[in-house]
Design a protein around this ligand. Structure first.
Ligand code: C2O
Ligand code: CU
Ligand code: CU
Length: 512
């Protein structure tokens, strides 16, 4: 059953103070009538010495309760599910000790960060059970929402699904916030959006059948910071939502049920040049966005996330069923089975924002947020092509169907060698019938064009993950600076974690 959308009328019984509604979880498969208070991830500011800020993270297993009366075996960082928000100051040096208390190998990767390759937390920095790995680097980011997650070799999908992920907020050391809401958990709230599938016993279902690998593992229940159908009591007239699509595979269109507009102020790696007024925003796995939401009208606002079609255009034509899978209409059956109706999947509830009777005034939103260098393709000294492809039939079964430039990931092969202190143009094409979010480590890139046209305003800033619809082509400008290591690669890959695990990933080194 889907987590069906609630109309605002449906929460008519919501008390004005939300004290009483935090504990009751909706039963699986029932339209939730009681709302759960949003959990705010614990803020971890680290221990500061004169030289650096140190964070201690323990990767662990745990037991969580997402559904009333049912417990779920999970993984987390310093807690049962997900991890704390790491707060990092620009220009500071951070040291992060990661202790693996699992019975299996893991890693933690700092998604979106520009760090030396040996501290990137890829499969080349695997942490064996019982071991501790330490990463140390200077924070050279713009203020934005980043995240950390497992990048374990062929196990990123199941480990992130069970909970190995958490937010990172990078800020100016003085944290004046440049006129934006910065009161963590009050008017500045991270939202980790993840879909999950539960068994009747309350356990997560992570199957990885060929079909799950192909479509990516998707669920019918949305967790936001590990909470089903959450509500948040808002105390100021402007809310800053830091959205992370932390799902394994699902792509969402975020919008308010009332269609109220919002201002997007940051993309993956930093502030946009100026706030952009929008009413709908698509985020694929790995992408982030910061939104400002005007609540001064005093009315509750329900943020929704509508699932988008994963190659449904093709499925509608029956292509996937016959030609790609060699099995009769498998895709279509899957789709119908998942929503019970003809291709119209309902939107998930993300967050109900309920304003207090009195709201603290917020400063007015600055007209300019950050100046970015102009995008100059002439700066590129080299062009590389990347073609994303999903094989079919026997290739898929043989486990080598997910490729970039015709090759599946090989830990022992360096696919590209990039020269330090150069700018390159990466020409990325999606040759498959499904959308793929393409992610590059080490850099924040700029989108030069999408299918030959300049990117939309909200995609014109700093990005580390870009969604390519079937047959789309994007050209990216990337500058490789500061860190060279001819022996330790960074990765580029599809951020549908099942595709990554299945090999839609390559490796590059930066060398001087
Ligand atoms: Cu968010 Cu290589 O990953
Ligand atoms: Cu990454
Ligand atoms: Cu993919």
């Amino acid at each position: 059953m889907l987590n069906r959308r609630n109309t605002l009328l449906g929460i008519g019984g919501l008390p004005l103070t939300l004290g009483g509604c935090g504990q009751t979880q909706p039963a699986l498969g029932q339209s939730p009538s009681k709302r759960n208070l949003l959990k705010i991830p614990t803020l971890l500011s680290g221990e500061k010495t004169a030289a650096l800020t140190e964070y201690n993270l323990t990767v662990q297993t745990g037991t969580s309760t997402f559904l009333e009366g049912r417990s779920t075996s999970t993984m987390g960082i310093n807690q049962a599910y997900l991890g704390p928000t790491l707060k990092m100051d620009i220009g500071s040096t951070v040291r992060i000790n990661v202790k693996n208390t699992l019975q299996e190998d893991t890693t933690l990767h700092w998604h979106g960060f520009h760090v030396p390759a040996k501290y990137d937390g890829t499969p080349h920095q695997t942490i064996a059970p019982g071991k501790t790995w330490t990463a140390q680097f200077e924070v050279r980011q713009k203020p934005s929402l980043f995240w950390y997650h497992s990048h374990a070799h062929k196990q990123a999908g199941p480990q992130v699904y069970r909970g190995l992920a958490g937010p990172i907020i990078v800020q100016e050391p003085d944290n004046t916030g440049s006129g934006l809401p910065i009161d963590y958990g009050v008017d500045d709230v991270p939202l980790i959006v993840q879909d999950r599938l539960f068994g009747k016993n309350g356990e997560f279902i992570y199957a990885r059948s060929m079909h799950d690998i192909m479509m990516g593992v998707q669920g019918d229940t949305l967790l936001v910071n590990g909470v089903v159908d959450p509500v948040f009591e808002c105390k100021s007239d402007l809310m800053r939502l830091r959205l992370l699509n932390g799902s394994n595979a699902r792509i969402y269109d975020f919008e308010f049920e009332t269609q109220q507009s919002f201002l997007m102020i940051a993309s993956d790696g930093g502030p946009l040049e100026e706030p952009i007024k929008m009413s709908k925003l698509r985020l694929s796995p790995g992408e982030r966005a910061e939104l400002l939401v005007d609540m001064s009208h005093g009315q509750p606002q329900q943020l929704m996330a509508a699932p988008t079609s994963n190659g449904m255009g093709m499925m509608d034509e029956g292509m996937m069923g016959r030609d790609m899978m060699g099995r009769d209409k498998m895709g279509e059956r899957w789709w119908r089975g998942n929503n019970g109706r003809d291709g119209q999947m309902s939107a998930f509830n993300v967050l109900l924002i309920v304003p207090n009777e009195t709201l603290n005034p917020s400063p007015s939103v600055p007209a300019t947020l950050m100046r970015h260098a102009s995008i100059n393709p002439a700066a590129a000294v080299k062009t590389r092509q990347f073609v994303l492809q999903m094989g079919m039939g026997m290739g898929m079964r043989a486990g080598n169907g997910f490729t970039i430039n015709g090759r599946s990931m090989d830990m022992g092969r360096i696919d590209e060698r990039v020269k330090l202190n150069t700018t390159e143009l990466w020409d990325v094409q999606n040759a498959s019938w499904m959308p793929h979010p393409f992610h590059v480590h080490d850099v924040q890139f700029r989108i030069l064009d999408r299918n030959g046209k300049p990117p939309a305003a909200h995609e014109s800033g700093l990005k580390d993950t870009v969604l390519l619809s079937p047959r789309e082509r994007v050209r990216l400008l990337l500058s490789f600076k500061d860190y060279a290591d001819p022996d330790t690669p960074y990765m580029y890959h599809c951020h549908i974690l099942e595709h990554e695990d299945a090999g839609m990933m390559g490796q590059f080194v930066v060398q001087s």
